[in-house]
Design a protein around this ligand. Sequence first.
Ligand SMILES: Nc1ncnc2c1ncn2[C@@H]1O[C@H](COP(=O)(O)OP(=O)(O)OP(=O)(O)O)[C@@H](O)[C@H]1O
Length: 294
Amino acid sequence: MAMLNNAHPSTPPAIHVANLTYTFSNTSQPGLTDVSLSLPPGSRTLLVGANGAGKTTLLRLLSGKRLAPRNTISVNGLDPFTSNLTGITYLGVEWVLNPIVRTDIDVPSLLKSVGGDAYPERRDELVKILDIDLRWRMHAVSDGERRRVQLAMGLLRPWEVLLLDEITVDLDLLSRKNFLDWLKSETERRKATVVYATHILDNLVGWPSYVVHMHLGTVKEAGEMSTYLEEAKKVKDQVDDESGNSLLSELVLRWLREDLEARGPREKMKRGPPEMTAPEGIGGYGLEKRPEWK
Ligand SMILES: Nc1ncnc2c1ncn2[C@@H]1O[C@H](COP(=O)(O)OP(=O)(O)OP(=O)(O)O)[C@@H](O)[C@H]1O
């Protein structure tokens, strides 16, 4: 079991996970095994791991979109599934695929439909940060432009906990940097908490305060980013490395190589692809809330 060092021991963590083991309803294999984490308010956590490591599974459980075993997850002291917490925003695959952002609709109407008028300052700030042209019509924009409008919609209501599941892939480098800087300022201004699962580490140096490394449904490493970067620096100093990669990329690459070595070829894994019993709910997920458009 790995525990994050709580930077503010006197403050209750925004996210607390205790010995969480989760089995999908359509398979007997656990998707997560004995996961424990403590993330304080105001933290920015980078969630890394190979494809299939369990990042999305964990984020969906944290968001309350899937039912976790009792007393294993609390977000701001409450169970996210049963308490219908309003301060949690989860932006993942279903959110990205929502068809409304492909229709012939203008940006101001879309922003209004998600409560833009209730938060005019925040709306205008997001339009500026995400470099959105209010004259765009959504059926005639590029993927990255569409994603920027979606992000403005998803982030408009002030959240206390933001769970991001690799949703910045379409953004150009500068837009992504501006977006990440804005998230950072949100965590500093309002003590909001962000957990961000991504494979893209460009521009992330200096952003995460915590890192969580998942492997085959378990948490292998979890702690303050600075501690792991110091360790990575020592390793880098020992090898003659001219790759130009950041320390963060080097660290995550090393973890993924170790994971691959420990795991071996996929077809020889004990924990193979799930044997489905019967399709249930959306995408076979059994007890599932309807994905919400936030
Ligand atoms: N609906 C499902 N039913 C059964 N098992 C599933 C289901 N979805 C995922 N899994 C299992 O859980 C594992 C973890 O999946 P998850 O989507 O959480 O990984 P991830 O770390 O987010 O991967 P990626 O980086 O590819 O997005 C998968 O390898 C798969 O075996």
